[in-house]
Design a protein around this ligand. Structure first.
Ligand code: NOJ
Length: 511
């Protein structure tokens, strides 16, 4: 099965936008699509070339939009389908690209497919979700919705209990109510999801970040069925939209790449050890660290090898599901962390606000199913005007309360401070863009995984040694000789092949 990487994806740097919290242009206290369009030049100015927008479709917002009730309609609070089309057009004019968030594993209970599937009489949607054939039978290990309709049965859920699982079949059905992937119901579900993709791709969207991409076929221990399903999607895309980019939330690149995805995310849960880097008691990328990321590197290399070095693993600075980066690391530590994030293979993803070190807002009551995630979803801080320039609404009407500390970072302050995190990230992205070895497809080889971290990135015609010292103490290390081409914070000095690197610093050497 052919899987061609779109040219633009090869050196893309992504910016993730949680639309609720980016920019509100109509004064209702919640962000919207036109707000994103208005800030395209800002995002491009930072150096990002592509955007991933969290779900912006009609929804009762029990899970911030990951509970879709109409896949083909922009939620009213964000604007209209025309606004989204306009965003695609404006992005393309700037040579930027937009990924929408596809949520194929479940819908909201409010989706008309689900309402139809609740009916006792058979209809087109009876098999759209995973239903057992008796209310007394629960789908094992999945959680379920039951006792709310005349239909006799329990419906499996995929995440929260208001997110019924769409039916793509079971890998090997063992119960009478379990359908196989090749049964009519599961096949119709997949066609319906392709139709959703077709709808947005035709309008100008450049591809999808796919939510819980590995969760579709049930009881599929080795993911063989789910891989086959995505291969089917890839064939459809190859025929109709060969340039559509696909990035999976799966965390197992050997599987998602086999399924035809271009890139996979490094997840902050499961076996990845992502949290060892930035989000634990003693993060490796902090002066509190103990200098050990061997478990992270081991898993990373395993995935890298298993996917034939083609499984591009995207490492995010953060996202709407985890704590803000600045909750556990501060000041120059953040620059050092970004030096790492922006010099690894795969496309880097910067979560909105992380470029200015926005804080996690503590002690908030959950908003729209955010729970502990709510503090990472607070409105963007643009400047020193009302509500930090996010919205003209009364403060109490904001979607989520903002960071109230007097020294909260803002874009305008950071833009005018040449030593700010914002300006560092901008120059670091620029450096990545000018050096092919550092981009998504350049190879990586780790040389030292204590302090300092040393790895080499190579591509045809270029090799760059990256040395990052998150520890507060200076270090000395032998590296391949070359020329220092970029330094971070206090940098270091290279004498032959001995590099003396200062504490909380990074040095890039072209060999
Ligand atoms: C992963 C998404 O990132 C998260 O925000 C959501 O709650 C779940 N999937 C369920 O869709």
């Amino acid at each position: 099965m052919e899987r061609k990487i779109p040219e633009w994806l090869k050196n893309a740097v992504f910016y993730e936008i949680y639309p609720q919290s980016f920019l509100d242009t109509d004064g209702d206290g919640i962000g919207n699509i036109n707000g994103i369009t208005q800030k395209l030049d800002y995002i491009k100015g930072l150096g990002c070339t592509a955007i991933w927008i969290n779900p912006c479709f009609e929804s009762p917002f029990g899970d911030a939009g990951y509970d879709v009730s109409d896949y083909k309609k922009v939620a009213e609070r964000y604007g209209t389908n025309e606004d989204l089309k306009n965003l695609f057009d404006e992005a393309h004019k700037r040579d930027m690209h937009i990924l929408l968030d596809l949520v194929p594993g479940h819908t909201s209970v409010e989706h008309k497919w689900f309402k139809e599937s609740l009916k006792a009489e058979r209809n087109e949607f009876t098999d759209r979700y995973v239903w057992t054939d008796s209310i007394w039978c629960e789908p094992s290990g999945m959680g379920c919705i039951r006792g709310i309709s005349d239909r006799d049965g329990s419906c499996a859920v995929n995440f929260f209990s208001h997110q019924p699982a769409l039916n793509y079949g079971f890998y090997k059905p063992t119960e009478s109510w379990q359908q196989s992937m090749d049964d009519e119901g599961p096949k119709a579900t997949l066609e319906a999801m392709k139709d959703v993709m077709r709808f947005w791709l035709k309008m100008g969207c450049d591809g999808f970040r796919v939510d819980m991409a590995g969760s579709l076929v049930k009881h599929d221990e080795e993911s063989k069925g789910t891989i086959r399903l995505w291969q089917n999607v890839r064939e459809f895309l190859n025929e109709e939209f060969p340039d559509a980019a696909m990035v999976s939330e799966w965390g197992e690149p050997d599987k998602s790449i086999a399924g035809g995805f271009h890139m996979d995310f490094l997840l902050h849960f499961g076996p990845s050890h992502y949290n060892d880097l930035f989000r634990c008691e003693e993060p490796y990328f902090s002066s509190r660290g103990k200098g050990d990321i061997s478990q992270f590197v081991e898993k990373y290399i395993e995935n890298y090898e298993k996917s034939d070095k083609k499984g591009l693993i995207c490492i995010p600075s953060g996202n709407h599901d985890m704590d803000r980066l600045a909750r556990s690391i501060k000041g120059d530590e953040l620059k050092v962390a970004f030096a790492f994030l922006l010099s690894m293979p795969g496309a880097p993803f910067i979560y909105y606000g992380d470029e200015i070190g926005m804080n996690y807002v503590e002690n908030l009551t959950s908003v729209e199913g955010g729970y502990g995630r709510t503090g990472s979803r607070s409105p963007m801080q643009w400047d020193d005007t009302q509500n930090a320039g996010f919205s003209s609404a009364e403060k109490e009407k904001l979607y989520i309360p903002q960071d109230s500390s007097p020294d909260r970072p803002t874009v305008s302050d950071q833009m005018s401070d040449e030593n700010s995190l914002y300006n560092f990230i901008k120059s670091m992205i620029d450096f990545r863009m000018k050096n092919p070895a550092l981009q998504s497809c350049g190879e990586i080889e780790f040389k030292n995984i204590g302090y300092p971290l040393v790895f080499e990135r190579t591509t045809e015609g270029q090799k760059i040694t990256v040395v990052i010292n998150p520890s507060a103490d200076a270090k000395e290390i032998e590296v391949s000789a070359g020329k220092v081409v970029f330094t971070v914070c206090k940098g270091g000095s290279l004498d032959g092949n001995i590099l003396k690197i200062n504490g909380t610093s990074a040095v890039f050497i072209e060999n």
